[in-house]
Write a protein that binds this ligand. Structure first.
Ligand SMILES: Cc1cc2nc3c(=O)[nH]c(=O)nc-3n(C[C@H](O)[C@H](O)[C@H](O)COP(=O)(O)O)c2cc1C
Length: 263
């Protein structure tokens, strides 16, 4: 066994490996939750374990705002456009956060320059990694979870609601609770669609269409095409779910707001 010398990072063994493989193959988002409470101690444990995830320079450029209070949840849910998953008993807003670290530097007479785009990307990466680590650990405990990307769409209003300071940005809201549904399995592209050997491979037009056939043919996706009166799935994505006008409007709003968040 290659890691025999390193007991703390030893492989988990066949039995657990099989169960973990089973978890990853079958995992899916959950958008309906029971009213059962998520024990704060369990949540703290999940957050603590998740904080072992890689982080840029070990700076831990993130913060998590926990929303449990029913009234506060209802207010936050509205800022997520009242999506079904936003009715979960716990909402975790995971934020990119360079404010805490900058303040530490300022208090320590260190010349901190983190109000720039590069620093935003580092903090963003830290927050994304933390968020997904929380999802994985929570799901391994049997909890249901769902990412709410609306945390980014509505970052200015959510930031105000949660009283976030400068140099912070909501990156993900994680809806967490005990599942009241199994969730629906979803399709994925084949490895060959996104793995490139040594250099990026230029796929032909025919190959691109072929790579996305797995999505076009997926029964639920066929349903979306019919429901929306479109000719194909790409049109559902580009013209209904994530259309040009919405992307451009939210982008402009975010960029302007981010400039203001530097001070
Ligand atoms: C960045 C990001 C944003 C997402 N935003 C939402 C959202 O706003 N609402 C929602 O119901 N699901 C959201 N999801 C969940 C995805 O829809 C889901 O992961 C995807 O359809 C694959 O399904 P699965 O997680 O069940 O495998 C988001 C996921 C990610 C990673």
């Amino acid at each position: 066994m290659r890691y025999k010398k390193f007991k703390k990072i030893a492989p988990m063994g066949k039995f657990i490996e099989e169960r973990v493989r089973n978890y990853f193959s079958n995992r899916r988002s959950v958008r309906k939750f029971s009213d059962e409470d998520v024990d704060p101690k369990l949540l703290d444990d999940i957050l603590l374990q998740a904080s072992k995830a890689p982080t840029c320079g070990n700076m831990q450029l993130y913060s998590v705002v926990v929303t449990r209070d029913a009234e506060r949840r209802a207010g936050l849910s509205e800022l997520h456009f009242s999506q079904p998953a936003s009715k979960a008993p716990v909402l975790l807003t995971v934020c990119a956060d360079f404010d805490r670290f900058t303040r530490w530097c300022e208090l320590s007479d260190a010349d901190a320059a983190y109000d720039n785009f590069l620093s935003l990307t580092s903090a963003f990466a830290d927050a994304v990694i933390l968020a997904q680590q929380i999802v994985t650990i929570a799901e391994l405990h049997g909890l249901g979870t769902c990412w709410l990307g609306t945390a980014i769409y509505n970052a200015p209003a959510i930031s105000e609601y949660l009283e976030l300071p400068r140099l912070t940005m909501p990156v993900a809201c994680l809806a967490i609770g005990w599942p009241a549904e199994e969730g629906t399995p979803t399709e994925r592209l084949d490895l060959k669609a996104f793995v490139h050997e040594e250099r990026y491979r230029a796929d032909s037009d025919a190959e691109i269409l072929d790579l996305y056939k797995v999505k076009e043919d997926y029964p639920a996706n066929r349903g979306f095409v019919a429901e929306n009166g479109k000719r194909n799935l790409a049109q559902v994505f580009a013209e209904v779910r994530y259309p040009r006008a919405m992307n451009e409007e939210f982008s402009a709003r975010l960029l302007e707001w981010l400039q203001g968040k530097r001070r």
